[in-house]
Design a protein. Structure first.
Length: 453
């Protein structure tokens, strides 16, 4: 009998198992893969809140030693708006990393083993054991077809977005948005490593590039689903370089002069949250929350929700709280942690062009270092949309809106309403806020939220 069985041993499962084993619990970690296991078809940027978890757990030096340089700045270019800002810190960590996924997964699974978790590799979970509606264990099929059972007080599904555990417990999806875009990317050699993530939004294309591991650079483009075409590798390369021609001709030229170092890969990810816990079970990582990779947040979210779930289960197993109650509370805490960034990601993932007003706001951010860092902090998950789009923050930003341009007329109007009507400030402000909110997309609701800044 184990205390906890964790199904899935990558960026969400291994840390959950490691933290619970370190807390003294008896843990079984199961994966149908064997490690080291081929890298999943995904890019690999880890925002500062994720890097912070690696540091807290004593794994950061090992990850840094694999040859992935710190990334200190994120940028967004969209037409005339060019924003590049230093990452605001998550506690004392102000850099991101983009380590090789196979190596990262290997470091995490070995850390779980070192902490005392027992690992079953090549073991496919195909059935859950239940008792009176509560999950009590798993049945696995090994490589040779042999069936094994294991029992535990909690079974954790860390088995990815197509989670078998979620299907077996019938965990309901909510806030689902389907697939919003499709991307193609690869790794490039001989491009300068300057510690910057560059993203570009133009004509319904989202182009991205950043330094990753072993001197390589990720280069890719996301298209709205309806515009995505399946192409052969040469045509994919031409299509990607053409997008860079449009948004950063110098970079496009460098791509022509240097070499692709890997095959072209394609990804499309649906967006949803799943009910993350019930009697004797919980979900963590992509199993409980899958979102478009456009904000590159999956690893960061997996690491921080592993920490949250391990704390919740430890509370229950050590008797500080009733286990069923603790698991029930996990759902709300997980949603509080991820929902605003999830909505931000879904909005971003439509790859819609920025409106003239949004561009004015982005240009205003380039003049205000605090807002520039805040904006990249929202992307990176270290500043919440509630903080950045709060009334106080947006009102401050209005001081930096460029003056004298035709496209800025509505913003200037709003500015007048918000700041310049003595004696009628209350109602005028509320009207002004509603007008601004209507022009800054889905996040505008945080400006209008009760208690906002
Ligand atoms: C195209 C693309 C680009 C991305 N780019 C980024 C990025 O730049 N940055 C970022 O942070 N995130 C990115 N992500 C998201 C990130 O890859 C995921 O969020 C992350 O891998 C989720 O980790 P996980 O451990 O929850 O699940 P997974 O990595 O999916 O691991 C699940 C594990 O469960 C095992 N498993 C599944 N079913 C069973 C079973 N029945 N029995 C036993 N074992 C089982 C699997 O073998 C696997 O090892 C990207 C994703 C995609 C698709």
């Amino acid at each position: 009998m184990y205390d906890v069985i964790v199904v899935g041993a990558r960026v969400s499962g291994s840390p959950t198992a490691m933290l619970l084993a370190r807390a003294g619990h008896r843990i079984l970690l199961v994966d149908r893969a064997t490690f080291p296991s081929a890298k999943p078809p995904a890019t690999n940027l880890i925002h500062p809140p994720g890097v912070l978890r690696l540091k807290r757990w004593g794994l950061l030096d090992e990850v840094l030693a694999t040859g992935c340089p710190p990334i200190t700045h994120y940028g967004l270019e969209s037409g005339p708006a060019r924003l590049m800002a230093p990452l605001p810190p998550a506690e004392d960590v102000a850099f991101a990393l983009s380590p090789e996924r196979e190596t990262l997964d290997e470091i995490l699974v070995r850390a779980a083993g070192k902490a005392g978790a027992e690992l079953w590799e090549g073991a496919d979970v195909h059935r859950l054991l239940t008792d009176d509606g509560a999950v009590t264990g798993i049945e696995v099929r090994g490589r040779g077809g042999d069936a094994l059972v294991a029992r535990a007080r909690v079974v954790v599904g860390a088995d990815g977005s197509n989670s078998k555990v979620a299907r077996l417990v019938d965990a309901a999806k909510y806030r689902a948005r389907g697939v919003l875009n499709k991307s193609s990317w690869t790794y490039w050699s001989d491009l300068p490593h300057d510690g910057k993530v560059r993203t570009y939004r133009h004509r319904h294309r989202h182009a991205f590039t950043w330094p990753t591991h072993d001197g390589l650079t990720i280069v890719g483009v996301a298209w709205p689903t309806a515009d995505f075409a399946v192409r052969d590798p040469d045509a994919t390369e031409r299509a990607v370089v053409e997008v860079f021609d449009d948004v950063d001709p110098d970079f496009a030229q460098r791509l022509r002069e240097t070499k692709r170092a890997d095959r072209w890969m394609t990804g499309a990810v649906p967006n949803f949250l799943r009910a993350p816990a019930g009697q004797g079970w919980a979900l963590v990582g992509d199993a409980g929350y899958t979102r478009d990779p456009i904000t590159a947040a999956g690893i960061m979210e997996s690491l921080r929700s592993a920490e949250l779930l391990a704390e919740v289960i430890d509370d229950g197993l050590s008797g500080r709280r009733d286990l069923t109650e603790a698991l029930a509370g996990y759902g709300q805490r997980r949603d509080d942690l991820v929902t605003a960034h999830y909505e931000y990601t879904c909005d971003y993932a439509t790859v819609a062009d920025h409106s003239a007003e949004e561009l004015e706001f982005i240009q205003a951010m380039t003049r205000s270092p605090v807002h520039a860092a805040g904006m990249v902090g929202v992307f990176a998950g270290s500043v919440t949309p509630q903080q950045f789009y709060s009334r106080a923050s947006i009102h401050d930003l209005l001081d930096y809106v460029p003056r004298g341009r035709d496209a800025a007329w509505r913003v200037r109007f709003v500015r007048w309403l918000v700041k310049g009507v003595p004696g009628r400030l209350g109602p005028a402000r509320r009207l002004g806020d509603r007008l601004i909110a209507g022009h800054i997309g889905a996040m505008g609701k945080y400006l209008l939220a009760p208690g906002s800044g």
